[in-house]
Write a protein that binds this ligand. Structure first.
Ligand code: PLP
Length: 424
């Protein structure tokens, strides 16, 4: 079938439905166990960082003579802060290096903003109801984190160049309860877009446009160096833009080595102004005496001068996986006019949009025959995709053979559900 489904005669479309149904029944009779839901590195990617094991080599002293086995140093080791600075493209003085998860640091920043404020003054958010802008589709864990803290989410659209800034400006100007915005500025999860220079500038200016005087930008730069092609996308510096707009105290950036070294065994970073880092350090001192500096040191030594090489090694392993997903999407769906998808230059995901109303059905149909996908709606707050059309594909964890099989099943389900819908 090579014509757009919507252009087919009713009888031709009915034939197509029955052929696809037979194909689906055949797949169902030979149930498989496949999974495209996990945005996790595969074991061969993790192997790229086994050298971490040897990076300490009995020498536990950091560059400044700190014995990393002992307590202390809430801002992190200087060489770990320098690593965060390199990854995030900010000066090391602006960086705090922490534990193994940037998501934990995001939770920490939001709770600090709620309970204490980020500026050492009276401006704590919990004086009133709190809302955050959520560009959608977006990263499910930002939504779950916000929901868990009782924060209301206000959706705005995400375009190929970043969040729709007209929507963002109008909303923040009109509502003082909107206290911030979640951003994944490079190779965004799940659409893969990188914010344009203009959008970065406009986001840096957002605190000025906001009715709230305690507005913050939560800049989750999780995929800062995660290029699939070289050279990858260039993201403008948020800090430079904020310096120009004089809003640096309202920018909080996050990064981590989770998908550079060991997911779950890496280090995470916050970057912000000195004033905000001071407030965060004070609040952090209530909950710990210091981060795991042994892990910080081995990361700093292992990655020193070779972040670029490490990321090229990752790309070599995962680029073929993205290529398989994209080629099967094109081959199976390209002519049918029933779906669109992203072709990201980096990051971990491909975002697939179906005909409205079909995402839940397609994901259920796939599950039925043994293919697990990210749950429908996961890329929207409260799991509610208003058009029920977005499917997030995570190609990294599966093997190439598993990916091929999984994509044949997914595209079969998309075709069958779409043909049935159009035939109805
Ligand atoms: N931020 C984004 C946008 C992600 O996609 C992920 C993981 O998928 C994370 C943060 C998690 O980062 P970490 O492992 O540092 O907590």
């Amino acid at each position: 079938m090579t014509d757009a489904y919507a252009s087919l005669e009713a009888s031709v479309l009915a034939n197509e439905v029955s052929q696809l149904q037979q194909d689906y029944d055949l797949v169902a009779s030979n149930k498989m166990s496949l999974d495209l839901s996990r945005g996790k590195p595969a074991a061969d990617q993790l192997d790229l960082s086994n050298g971490l094991e040897d990076a300490i080599g009995g020498n536990f002293l950091s560059e400044n003579g700190t014995d990393v086995r002992n307590y202390g140093g809430l801002r992190g080791l200087p060489e770990a802060r320098a690593l965060g600075a390199e990854i995030m493209g900010v000066p090391a003085d602006n960086v705090m290096a922490g534990g193994n998860s940037s998501l934990t640091l995001m939770h920490f920043v939001v709770t600090t903003a709620l309970q204490h404020g980020l500026w050492g003054d009276h401006r704590a958010w919990n004086r009133s109801k709190v809302k955050l802008l959520t560009p959608v589709p977006g990263y499910d864990r930002h939504f779950v984190l916000s929901e868990a803290l009782g924060i209301e989410m206000v959706n705005i659209d995400i375009t190929e160049t970043g969040p729709d800034m007209d929507q963002a400006r109008a909303l923040v100007a009109a509502d003082p309860q909107i206290k911030g915005i979640w951003c994944v500025p490079k190779y965004s999860n799940p659409t893969g877009c990188t914010y344009s220079d203009q959008v970065v500038d406009e986001i840096a200016q957002l605190p000025d446009a906001a009715a709230a005087d305690d507005f913050i930008v939560l800049w989750d730069n999780a995929y800062a160096v995660h290029d699939l092609v070289f050279p990858g996308d260039t993201l403008a510096s948020l800090l430079d833009a904020a310096d120009r707009a004089q809003t640096a105290d309202h920018m909080v950036q996050f990064g981590s080595t989770s998908k550079i070294t060991f997911a779950g065994g890496g280090i995470a970073f916050i970057a912000s102004s000195e004033r905000v880092l001071n407030a965060l350090e004070e609040h952090m001192s209530y909950q710990m005496i210091g981060p795991d500096k042994v892990n910080q040191l081995r990361h700093a030594r292992f990655l020193k001068g070779r972040v670029g090489q490490q990321m090229q090694n990752h790309a070599q392993l995962i680029r073929p996986k993205f290529e398989i997903v994209l080629s099967i999407l094109e081959e199976e769906l390209g002519a049918l006019d029933i779906a669109t998808w992203t072709n990201p230059r980096g990051g971990y995901f491909i975002s697939l949009d179906l005909l409205p109303g079909l995402a839940t059905q397609v994901i259920d149909m796939a599950k039925e025959v043994g293919l697990t996908l990210t749950p429908a709606g996961a890329t929207f707050p409260h799991g509610n995709d208003p058009q029920d059309r977005n499917v997030r594909i995570a190609p990294t964890f599966a093997t190439l053979d598993e990916l091929k099989a999984a994509m044949r099943i997914l595209t079969l389900c998309v075709k069958l559900a779409s043909a049935k819908k159009l035939a109805a």
